[in-house]
Each structure stands twice: as C-alpha cells, then as structure tokens.
Design a protein around this ligand. Sequence first.
Ligand code: FA5
Length: 351
Amino acid sequence: MDEKIIRLKDEINSKLKEAADLIDLDKVRVAYLGKKGSITALLKGMKDLSVEEKKVFGADVNKLKAYAAEKIEEKIAELKEKEIQLEIASMPQFDITTPANLTRGSYHPITLVQRQCETIFKSMGFDVEDYSEVVTDYECFESVNIPKHHPARDMQDTYYLENGQLLKSQTSAAQNAILKKYGKRLVETGKPIKAIFPGRCFRNEATDACHENTFFQMEGVMVDKDISISNLIFFMKTMLSEVFQKDIKVRLRPGFFPFVEPGFELDISCLICGGEGCPSCKHSGWLELCPCGMIHPNVLREGGIDPEKYTGFAFGLGLTRLAMMKYGIKDIRDLNSGSLKSLSQFTDDEE
Ligand code: FA5
C-alpha cells in the first residue's frame, strides 16, 4: 500500500482519538473527506497516474475513504452516547422507593355550602342559573327599582370599569334577566318561575370579621299566581334546616330594599358565640343572613311580568356568612386568605 495512504490512515486514527466532541469531529470530517480534504485531494491527483497505477491506487484510496467515513460514524455514536450519559449524571437523582404523596386537594367551604344549597333548591324544583360578574348599571340597579341617585345605592358602593360597567354588588343584578328568560314560559304554560343564582359580589367597603369586599351571595326568585309571604317563609325554613341539620334560632324583621315590598331581614342567632355577642356578629348575637321579600311590582313589570296577575318572592342569601356559621369560621377574611392549612379542613357532609 502507498506510504501516503498508510500515513493518512494513522493520522486519521490519531485525530479521531483526540476529538473530544461533535464539533471537533466535524473538523476531522471536513479535513479528510470535505471538498478540499486530504482524501478528496488524493482522488483528484490520480489523473496523472497510468491506468494500471490508477487501478491499484484508486482502490486503496477508496478503501481509505470508506474506512474514514465508518470510523467517523462510530466516533459520532460514541460521543453522542457520552453526552447522554453526562446529561443523565447531571440530572437530580430520584429515590423511587420514597412513598408517594397522595394528599388530595379539597373544596373551598363556600363551594361546599353553595353546592349543598343548590342540591336543596333543585330538589324543590328550582333551576340553577349562572350570571356574569361584570354587569351594567341597569342590571345591578335600575332594573331592580334603584334609579340613579337613589340613596339605596350608598349601601352598595362597588368597583366601576372605565366603560361604565361595574362588578356586581348584589346577585339581584340577575333578577331582571331571569324574569325575562322564564316569564314567557310562565304566561304560556303556567309553569312558575323558580330559580336560584349564586355568584360572587363586590363592594367597596371596610372589612371586618363579618364583612369582606368580595363575597358570595345566592339569589332566589319564585313567581307564580298567588305567591305569598307564607311560601317565602316555607322555603327559607326548609333551606336552613337542611343546611344546618339542627334547630337554629331565626328572626324575621322588617327591612328596606327598593326591589321588594314588603321586605325583611332574616337573621340567624350567631352560631359562633351562641347568641352571646362576638366580633363575628358585631356583638349583637344575630347575623344578617338572608334578606328577602315580595318582589316589587315595578321589578316584575320591568321583567315583562304583569304584577296584576302574578306575585313572587326574592331572597339574597349571604353564602359566605352561611359558610362561616356552618363551619364555625370566626373571621370571614380567613375564607379569602388562600391559607390551605385552614381551608383544607372542611369536607362535604356526603363525602
Ligand atoms: C342585598 O344584597 C340584597 N340584594 C338582598 C335581597 C335580595 C333582598 C332579594 C331582598 C330580596 P344586603 O346588602 O343586605 O342585601 O346583602 C345580603 C346578604 O349578603 C347579607 O345579609 C350578608 O349575608 C351578605 N353580605 C352583604 N354584604 C356583605 C359583605 N361585605 N361581606 C359578606 N357578606 C355580605
């Protein structure tokens, strides 16, 4: 074999040995097999040889070319494997014998009472509706008999968007839409309107143990012929006895809301202090829980329902306060705290 070929073969072997990574290796490939590489140059230089010499020398150069290509491929595979092994070695090591953490997430106490109330009302034939959190002034106030500049607006200062919309301060904001949605069916089929609509409410107010700026309410309406205060009291009593599964002291007193006439405040005896008075009930022994009343004729009319033919009741249950009373949570602010330590203690009665 030609000496040049033998030398080149040795050279290639030692360069391949030295190549530490894929970049080095590519340099070797270009140096020997590239367009201007040494082996390519040998092949090009054969033009001056005799036919006999070409046969022998050409075969040897081609053997060397195949040898170099094969060795480069082998080295690529070796370096790639090395890189993989290095990456594996730099990865964190896991002990697969460590026992798995099987802790499950839990429902928020407000979700639990909301679901419970939904189940109770569904069993009494109520539809459950969802409603947006961003509403118009008309939905939140005007449609429920609170015209612009009405003093009742002072009780519910909320957060306004630049486009004039607002974060709903009460679930009553959905009343008008619900009356319109089911009113036609009531007139045509005589099927009463019975709906509840839970939702998050917002108020720009100072917080304390029983007031939050973000809290949940659950509105309910029922409209039919001859609906009276007795129907309202029946549904309120049923709901409370189902939620608490025990006798609780309740009081009904007159309350003013422009969208009901007459209107009531339904309070429950504070279950945190047993009615003695504590920060959770503002030291009164009673907690305002579920204002309610007979829907004002103006509200029915605005919802497309004839108040001469139909009457109805509405209530606005304070779901967040209900969760406080049901689970013995002394400070409403704990519910928005995001503290898993306190929030994960609660479970569904049916679980
Ligand atoms: C209303 O929001 C009326 N829309 C309720 C209503 C509906 C009356 C239908 C008549 C007919 P009020 O502002 O009182 O009313 O709120 C209702 C309930 O929401 C309160 O009794 C209380 O339980 C809860 N609530 C009100 N403000 C807060 C607050 N800042 N933090 C926590 N809960 C609150």
